[in-house]
Structure formats: C-alpha cells, structure tokens
Design a binder for this molecule. Sequence first.
Ligand code: PLP
Length: 416
Amino acid sequence: MKDYSYFDTLLPRLVGSQTGPIAPSVVPSAAFGYADASEAEGIFSGEVSKPLYARMGNPTNAKLESVMTQIEGGTGAIATASGMGAIAMVLTALLKSGDEVLCIGGFFGGTYALMTETLPRFGIEASFCDVDDFAAIEAKLASGVSLVMAESVGNPGLKLPDIAKIAALCRQHAVLFMLDNTITPLAVQGLEAGADIVVYSTTKNISGHSAALGGIAVFRAVEEGGKLYHPRYAHLQKIVQKMGRMAFIAICKKRALRDFGMSANAFGSFLTLLGIETLSLRMRKVQEGVETVARRLDARFPQGSIRHPSLSSHEHHARFGAAYPMGAGPMLTIDMGSKEAAFALLDATEHLIQTANIGDNRTLALHMRSTIYRDFTPDALKILGVTEGLIRVSVGLENPEDIAEDFINAYRKTAG
Ligand SMILES: *Cc1c(COP(=O)(O)O)cnc(C)c1O
C-alpha cells in the first residue's frame, strides 16, 4: 500500500509540467478541427488519438484522467460532469434490462435513489445487504448478479466494508465490482484492493475547494479471458473482443458518454487538478482533524452519541486499525436522539456551515432525516443507519481544537 509520503512527491509532479506552462492548460473548445478528411476518418475509427468533439473528451479532461489513472494504478479513466454522472455512466454502459446490482453497505442518497427509483424504470434492479452479511453476499453472487457496488466508507452509517474480501468473492464469481471511493481518495487504493472500477465525486475532498462539480471513473485493465468474458456480459462481447485491455473505456464512452452526455467540462477539470496537487497534504490533515474532533466530542457528549471508526465503541474499530491506516475520510456523526436536539445543537454553533456537501476544506454539518433522507421509507433509513437525531459532520482543515470547541460550546448552551 502506498502511503501519504509517496503521494506528497507524486501529486505536484503529476499535475504540473516540467517545461513550458507549469500549470495545466484549460482548453475550453467544444469542437476540434481535423487536418484533412483522412484524419477525420482516423479519429472516428479510433486509429488517430486526437480530440473528436468535447462530449467525447477534451485535452484538459484528458490530463485529469491521466493523473487519476496514475494515482490509482489503472489503465484509464473517464472524467464526468459529477459523481452521479460517473456512477450513472458505468451502470448504464455495462448493464442491461433484467440485470441486478448488489449494493453492499450504506449509500449516498443520490446513489440510493438511482438504484431504487430510476434504474428500475429501465429494468435494472438493486438489492441491498449489510457490509458483514457474507452469507447474503455469497448467495447473491451465486444467484448471478451482474455488478457489486460498495462505498469505501458507508455514508452516513460509517460502516467499513472488508473491500479485499468482497473483491475476492467477486473475482471468484466473475462479477464486476465497483467501489465508490469519494470519501477516501489516496487512503483507500481500490484497484489494488481488487475493485474493477473506482468512481469518485471529485466535488468532495479531491477538489476540496467546492468550486467544481465533477466525477471520474478509473478502470482496471480488462484481462484476457477474465470477468468480462463471462456469458453474463455477452452483450459487451463485441467491444471486449475489439478493445481488449481498454474495453471498459470504449464501453463507457460508446454506450454512455456519447449517448447520455454526462461529460466533464474543461474549466471544472482544471479546478479539480488544482485540488489534486495538494490532496495528500489535505487528506493527512483531515485524518488528524476528524480523529481529534471525534475524541474530544466523545469525551463530552452522551455516551455512544459520537460515531467514528477511530473510536473503540465503533463496530469496525479493529478493521479501521488493520485496513484503513491512512484514515476513513472526513466524516463523523453525532446522534442527538431527536430532531429538536439536533436542530438546537446545529443552530447554536458559530462557525459551522450547514450544507448537503461533504469533503470541503471547511467543516460542514447537516441534520440527515429532515433533509437528504426526508422521503426515505423506515426500512431504507434502517439500512442506511439514519436515525431521527443524526447529524453528519464533515471535518475540514481548520484547527480541530477550534472545531471541537464550537460543538462543545453549542452543546453546553443547548443540552448541557
Ligand atoms: C457526493 C457523492 C456522490 C455524488 O457526487 P456529485 O458530484 O454530487 O454528483 C456520490 N457518492 C458519494 C459517496 C458522494 O459523497
């Protein structure tokens, strides 16, 4: 596993250039002129690798894709308009009506809605199970699901999946495994752990500045005779045979990016690249910050109300120590027991930003049940770990002692 010191050196070098303009260039052109008719033919056939039209990619997106590919150790990547764009691209490109997705653990609200409301309208069903219910996971894999999806850290339940074990089971059953690593860039190395596809909302910690909505999917090389050659993926065979190792890229570009147009824009990709330059520095600081805030609040709030895997009260504390040495991202949760107590606490803080976002350089918080999860059924809330008094906190880069003090003062003013 690569550590933060490795990324400290790698990231600024990857994003900048040694000669000519040091900062990445923004190429906002929507269209590109071809030198002559035969170059046009070559670009369309894929033999000439030059920009075709910005919906299919542009040079600034290509820079971001190359940087993320090297960070992940993948074979290629596709930048998208948002994190949901990346997830929707992968699912709509790879799956077909009649397929089933197995969703392991807690999920971001948008992903949950995509799986339970939107994809079913197109004949793609989803089933859900707990991160540690391996009996259910194995039964589903054996019954022939087409794709397994998990988040590196369940949102907002903060459960930690055993990523390597899930990946090994998916390999054994020849089922594709997609990991949403939005919460833990660098800290979790998804392709190395065995995922086939790692997706991100780059809007969050990867950018950090909240100035650019974006997403990306990074792909493993397709192995000759591997998973994608299984009969359940027969509908992809033509592209797999033609493109070999690079088949994921071709499938996603031809079957989703071209037809649905969830493409990234150059300026957004430029801003995302600026975030990546300092990502390892910021993720280290986030790890230290969230663990300090969790420890301080755990000592002052009612027993059991603070949840973070670094606390010994968390059910995955041992897994956190063993498999998440670089941290579990910026989130912790506070369960105030009731909506009223949660509202009172949030409104009594002085510096918090109340917003639906996470992974900002500033500390953010939100009451879950009355906002993102307002329309969810009791069953869904249970699966996702959303209780009536739950507040999600995303710790930023401020001095963690100041963040903790703000919460503790607010608690003293309201409940305490
Ligand atoms: C925010 C988020 C998304 C969606 O990303 P957008 O950029 O908002 O579309 C997906 N997954 C996770 C875990 C997220 O936090």
